[in-house]
Design a protein around this ligand. Structure first.
Ligand code: CP3
Length: 347
């Protein structure tokens, strides 16, 4: 941990803070001209694999926005490569996994002994931690086993997750083995990020909301719980984020994660109440509101702070990542607003 007494870490532990900490998923991304300038020189994967550049992108975004935490610049899919599944980003499109996995044999061939080859991410974290010292916490992250499996099996983004769910329903042994391997790799990878100085790990389960509660509980919850418990041994608080997750929230809390990320579809207090107000929550402004005028945006940000009602343990964020065409000025204005006015909602 590099900034154990920061607002962000205290809020993640549901301790009282004088104001609400704020950061944004995808705070370094295409909406930002400084990022686009670096992307002219390097591909996304090149940035991830050059620790100096990944650190620069991470630091620049955090300093431009004046957020309360820096998220390391990396991609969710990096572990696929060390497991034996090469992928690339098609020009202007999403990720493409070259040979998606579909059978038990495919799962059996995946490697789970090369997490150390992702050491470039930890190297970048070390540089960021050195830069910020105890002034700003650093967020490490990994994909959750379901969301990573969905990319490995579908071969890219998906609408209905037909191949993923088919393996889950029809080949439970292959599914369990796959979940086990993903938990093993992401646990090692994330522990290394903490060793390098990360103050938390956020587990992204971006697409888990396509599951029924029953399927989530049977096929996913035991595996994420194992990952969370393993990471908690490192001593940092864990953030577990999903979208479309309103019905899953109480089950997600059973993983033991200190912070649950809420998307924008559920009112913040309703989501928090479904967790019996235990632990912390992060969220949850609709990222598309950042395309609106400040006079529409401001009351919606106030509404979220009002719903948090000054309870200890709210981290302000969007309900999902910043979208590519988002006006930077609005992101800055929102961040300034939370920094300057959130204390008024604590009374
Ligand atoms: O600032 C940050 O939040 C840190 C960086 C970060 C990236 N990806 C960089 C990136 C993080 C946290 C991620 C996580 C990630 N990657 C997720 C989970 C988060 C979520 O959105 O739910 C997922 C599903 C991925 C896989 C992935 N990578 C997709 C689907 C895409 C989009 C492809 C596209 O063209 O929009 C990416 C590309 C990607 N990863 C970008 C960034 C900044 C897009 C910009 C670029 O191409 O340079």
């Amino acid at each position: 941990m590099s900034a154990p007494n920061s607002l962000f870490v205290r809020a993640a532990k549901a301790q009282p803070t004088e104001r609400t900490p704020v950061w944004f998923m995808r705070q370094a991304g295409r909406y930002m001209p400084e990022y686009r300038a670096i992307r002219k020189k390097y591909s996304l994967i090149e940035i991830c694999k050059k620790p100096e550049i990944a650190a620069q992108v991470t630091i620049e975004a955090a300093e431009i926005l004046k957020v309360d935490a820096a998220i390391i610049f990396a991609d969710l899919l990096l572990p696929l490569e060390v497991m034996g599944l090469p992928f690339h980003f098609a020009a202007g499109g999403g990720p493409k996994i070259e040979k998606p996995i579909r059978t038990m044999q495919d799962v059996a061939a995946l490697r789970s002994d090369r997490a150390a080859d992702l050491g470039y991410v930890s190297e970048a974290i070390k540089i960021v931690c050195k830069h910020f010292g105890d002034k700003l916490p650093v967020i490490g992250f990994c994909g959750a086993p379901f969301t990573l499996a969905s990319y490995m099996i579908e071969g890219g983004s998906s609408r209905n997750y037909v191949f993923t769910k088919t393996m889950m329903y029809s080949a439970p042994d292959a599914w369990s083995e796959l979940m086990g391997k993903l938990v093993s790799v992401t646990a090692q990878y994330s522990a290394e990020q903490v060793g390098a100085g990360a103050d938390t790990i956020q587990i992204f389960d971006s697409w888990v909301g396509c599951l029924s509660v029953e399927d989530y509980r049977r096929c996913v919850l035991p595996h994420v719980t194992k990952l969370v418990k393993s990471l908690q041994k490192t001593g940092v608080p864990i953030i577990y984020f999903g979208t479309d997750s309103a019905t899953l929230l109480p089950s997600m809390k059973e993983t033991g994660a200190e912070v649950i990320g809420l998307d924008w579809r559920i009112p913040l207090d309703t989501g928090w109440q479904s967790l019996s107000f235990k632990g912390s929550v992060q969220g949850n402004l609709d990222p598309v509101l950042l395309f609106a005028e400040w006079e529409q945006l401001k009351p919606r940000a106030e509404e979220i702070l009002r719903r948090a009602a000054g309870r200890p343990g709210h981290i302000f964020n969007l309900g999902h990542g910043i979208l590519p065409e988002t006006p930077v000025e609005n992101v800055k204005a929102l961040c300034d607003f939370v920094r300057e006015h959130s204390a008024e909602f604590k009374k």
